[in-house]
Design a protein around this ligand. Structure first.
Ligand code: DLL
Length: 434
């Protein structure tokens, strides 16, 4: 049963939220102006003084912060507190460039536990829960983020981290895990391995999954729910803001509530920087109004989604964002058509004979871009019969053509031939980038 961990914060009136955000923002802006030379310089350059920020409505006056700013000030140029106050460090993997380092004070860790407790409660968690954190531990924020949330909740945390999947599953069964936390792609892999081990998922105590750290479609969400016989919560976050716990879905499955008493969201036009109204797709931007160690101001996430302030039936008043469509840098441009891998996932999972494993291979032949979609067949439907395979291939081809507005090459591959992921899945190989 889904619960609300902090009704006062999660269900406060919009007026109260506006007042709280304004009060916190004013204080935070003054603090970063005084303590972080980078923000002072950027605000001076834009001609904005802390006194110009009189409420949250003035947020748009502030300069943006980009990943490049974090790289330029590596490792701790954006820290707003001296090193003696920093008690923990996390960092991004640095796959798209120099890694980004985030520093947390004691209060930041408490805040992280609080927002993650909200997420776990939405998954039905309480002090009786057994929470298995199968996100990676270490510099990645997933493992410890889920861990701190479980402890704030008073639940039992099992820090298995990712990998060693069979042992992972035995622990899950023997210790009676009720909530599993990992990436959606790892959840699918765990589900598949449970089946291969000859175990019956109904003999497990698993009730819910808290999955995130990578884009996953509603179709994938339902597939995993069926596979593991659980309810799932989509958890969103990023290292620069705090890690997991920035936002989470509720039982109404109508978007992802943002913990906006701590992280104020905006949607902007990625080209012009203009703030866009509710319902319009654009780039998600966050401002941290309570973090101490590294409170980023108007941080451009490059994640694409939209916002809605419509009330939610779950009772929370927190603004909701749609599922993340992908990062702007994940968007492929094939022969002039924009393609997000999530569009391919949506279309594929609508077809019953395919497994939730696929790969996009992008290439250029002469001057022409090509996209090959490799799709794994579900083991139950695996067939050597040419006629059956051709029919399935044609069905996928037509489906993708109408979903993407683009003719792509479809290649059916044998069950288990696409590499399984224990963390964030890699689903695109772009050979044009060589
Ligand atoms: O992935 C933090 C996290 C850990 C979130 C565990 C949820 C669960 P980073 O490694 O810094 O941090 O990557 C952040 O991952 O900007 C999104 O592009 C993507 N992402 C995270 N959560 C979701 C989600 C963690 N629920 C980047 N849906 C973000 C879609 C997500 N994309």
């Amino acid at each position: 049963m889904s619960k609300i961990w902090n009704p006062e914060a999660e269900c406060m009136s919009r007026d109260k939220m506006h007042a709280l955000q304004s009060e916190r923002l004013i204080k935070k802006v003054k603090e970063v102006y005084d303590n972080v030379p980078h923000y002072r310089a950027k605000m001076d350059e834009k001609g904005v003084k802390p006194e110009d920020i009189r409420s949250v409505d003035d947020l748009h006056l502030l300069p943006f912060t980009s990943k490049q700013d974090l790289r330029d000030t590596y490792p701790n140029g954006l820290f707003a507190r001296p090193n003696k106050d920093i008690v923990e460090i996390h960092a991004t993997s640095g796959t798209t460039g120099k890694q980004v380092v985030a520093g947390y004070t004691k209060n930041d860790l408490e805040l992280w536990g609080e927002v993650m407790a909200r997420v776990l409660a939405s998954a039905g968690g309480d002090e009786n829960s057994v929470v298995q954190s199968s996100y990676g531990y270490g510099l990645f924020t997933g493992g410890l983020g889920a861990h701190y949330g479980a402890q704030t909740l008073g639940a039992m945390a099992i820090p298995t981290s990712s990998g060693n999947t069979e042992r992972q599953i035995r622990m899950m069964k023997d210790l009676g895990t009720t909530i599993l936390c990992c990436t959606p792609s790892y959840a699918a892999y765990i589900g598949e391995t449970i089946r291969e081990m000859g175990l019956d998922i109904n003999e497990f105590k698993l009730e819910a999954g808290v999955f995130g750290a990578e884009p996953w479609t509603v179709e994938m969400q339902h597939e995993i729910e069926k596979m593991l016989n659980i309810r799932t919560v989509d958890v969103y976050g990023l290292t620069e803001i705090i890690g997991p716990g920035v936002a989470f879905s509720c039982e109404k499955e109508c978007g992802i509530h943002i913990n906006e008493d701590h992280f104020i969201p905006e949607i902007i036009d990625p080209d012009t920087g203009e703030v866009l109204p509710d319902g319009t797709l654009g780039e998600l931007v966050f401002t941290c109004i309570t973090k101490e160690g590294m409170p980023v101001i108007r941080y451009r996430t490059r994640d694409i989604t939209s916002l809605t302030h419509e009330p939610c039936e779950c009772g929370r008043t927190l603004v909701r964002m749609g599922k993340i469509q992908g990062r702007s840098d994940d968007m492929l441009i094939i022969r002039g058509v924009n393609v997000f891998p999530s569009q391919v996932e949506s279309a594929l999972l609508d077809i019953s004979d395919v497994a939730p494993y696929y790969m996009l291979i992008v290439d250029r032949v002469g001057t022409r871009d090509t996209l090959e979609v490799q799709v794994e067949m579900a083991p139950d439907f695996f067939s050597d019969e040419i006629k059956h395979l051709e029919k399935l291939e044609k069905e996928i081809y037509e489906k993708l053509k109408s979903a993407l507005g683009l003719a792509v090459k479809v290649k059916l591959v044998e069950p288990k031939s696409i590499t399984r992921s224990e963390g964030k899945a890699v689903r695109v190989i772009d050979k044009r980038k060589k």
